[in-house]
Ligand binder design. Structure first.
Ligand SMILES: NC(=O)c1ccc[n+]([C@@H]2O[C@H](COP(=O)([O-])OP(=O)(O)OC[C@H]3O[C@@H](n4cnc5c(N)ncnc54)[C@H](O)[C@@H]3O)[C@@H](O)[C@H]2O)c1
Length: 321
């Protein structure tokens, strides 16, 4: 099969590139390297069935050229960071909404068999009831979430209006190797970097805000089940563990896995405006439709991540970054 993976040099996209290149599919990895990293895909460059392209999903003509004979598009490219979306709402909108619109429109013109869209639990905002199923109101309180709502609903409109096969995947928070550990990174990576460097994790507010985390291998399995599903999936699907963990709890567990419990305590700073307070997935649809359930529990995933980070991520980032 010939695949386009947008955002393929990023955290989740690079794991998809790994899987499908090794399985022998033809993979085009398109990334503008705004948040992606060559180190995530450098090892794939020697494979003839892998093509890395630096390019932008806002470039309609470029997409038209590269999507001509593609079978499946995994559309992950996005400006993913909530805080950056406050500073650059227009950029966030242009990439996340207009970029997605480009993908959908060209997929329509080129009759692409399936588009798999990386929506997110951030579309929901703080939970009004829990666990949160796909009918939960879309109440994102920030420009990032709002842009993902618009793109998610545009996918739905293309399904309804043009009979296209578009899967809308609403993954809850994902963590694992290659997630950025600085700046606009993931909280587990950032905490791990800080703790292994002898610094305390920084909590915004009291740390009682909760998230529902999925290890990246389980996220890749979710994408793969969706890609291989025999019918169009015309409704959004949640993917999460159904278990909530507070950020404080995560910080303490990471301190433990890094063997720093005697030396380091989390520190607290001012809460972040608009931060979602609570997210817990109801993934019944994913289970019933696809047989998806996470295989990693949080501790297993975090332990593996810390080990990876010690052995590889930390050293590589320090030496090369
Ligand atoms: N990480 C999570 O917890 C999570 C959870 C749910 C959904 N998602 C969604 O999954 C997708 C991937 O997330 P991630 O965590 O791997 O983020 P990431 O930032 O690591 O990956 C996104 C990639 O898109 C690239 N990109 C950004 N703008 C682009 C543009 N205009 N053209 C081409 N490439 C561009 C970036 O350089 C980056 O490599 C996103 O759409 C995100 O909304 C992520």
């Amino acid at each position: 099969m010939k695949m386009l993976i947008t955002g393929g040099a990023g955290f989740v996209g690079s794991h998809l590139c790994d899987k499908y290149v090794r399985e022998g599919h033809k993979v085009i990895c398109l990334d503008n390297f705004m948040n992606g990293d060559l180190r995530n895909v450098r090892h794939l460059l020697v494979f003839r069935n892998f093509k890395l392209m630096k390019g932008d999903i806002r470039d309609f003509d470029l997409l038209q050229r590269i999507m001509r004979d593609v079978d499946v598009v995994f559309h992950l490219a996005a400006q993913i960071h909530v805080e950056r979306s406050y500073i650059e709402p227009q950029l966030t909108y242009d990439i996340n909404v207009m970029g997605t619109q480009n993908i959908l429109e060209i997929a329509r013109l080129h009759d692409i068999k399936r588009v798999i869209y990386a929506s997110t639990s951030e579309v929901y905002g703080s939970s009004l009831y829990h666990p949160m199923d796909e009918k939960h109101p879309l109440n994102a309180p920030h420009p990032y979430g709002a842009s993902k709502i618009a793109a998610d609903r545009m996918c739905y409109a293309y399904i309804q209006a043009f009979g296209m096969d578009i899967a809308i995947m609403r993954l809850f928070n994902i963590f694992g190797p290659r997630q950025k550990d600085i700046g606009y990174g993931g909280v587990i990576s950032i905490f791990t970097r800080r703790v292994l460097s002898g610094l305390p994790p920084i909590l915004y507010g009291d740390g009682s805000q909760t998230r529902d985390y999925t290890f990246v291998d389980d996220a890749v399995r979710a994408y793969d089940l969706v890609m291989n599903y025999s019918e169009p999936i015309n409704e959004p699907v949640n993917f999460g563990s159904g278990k909530e963990l507070s950020i404080l709890d995560i910080a303490n567990r990471i301190i433990g896995f890094c063997d720093k419990s005697d030396d380091i305590q989390p520190i607290h700073v001012e809460p972040r405006i608009g931060e979602v307070k609570r997210l817990i997935a109801d993934s019944t649809r994913a289970k019933n439709l696809l047989g998806w359930e996470p295989q990693y529990d949080m501790d297993k995933g975090m332990r593996e991540f810390v080990q990876w980070y010690r052995n590889y991520g930390f050293e590589e980032k320090i030496n090369i970054g």
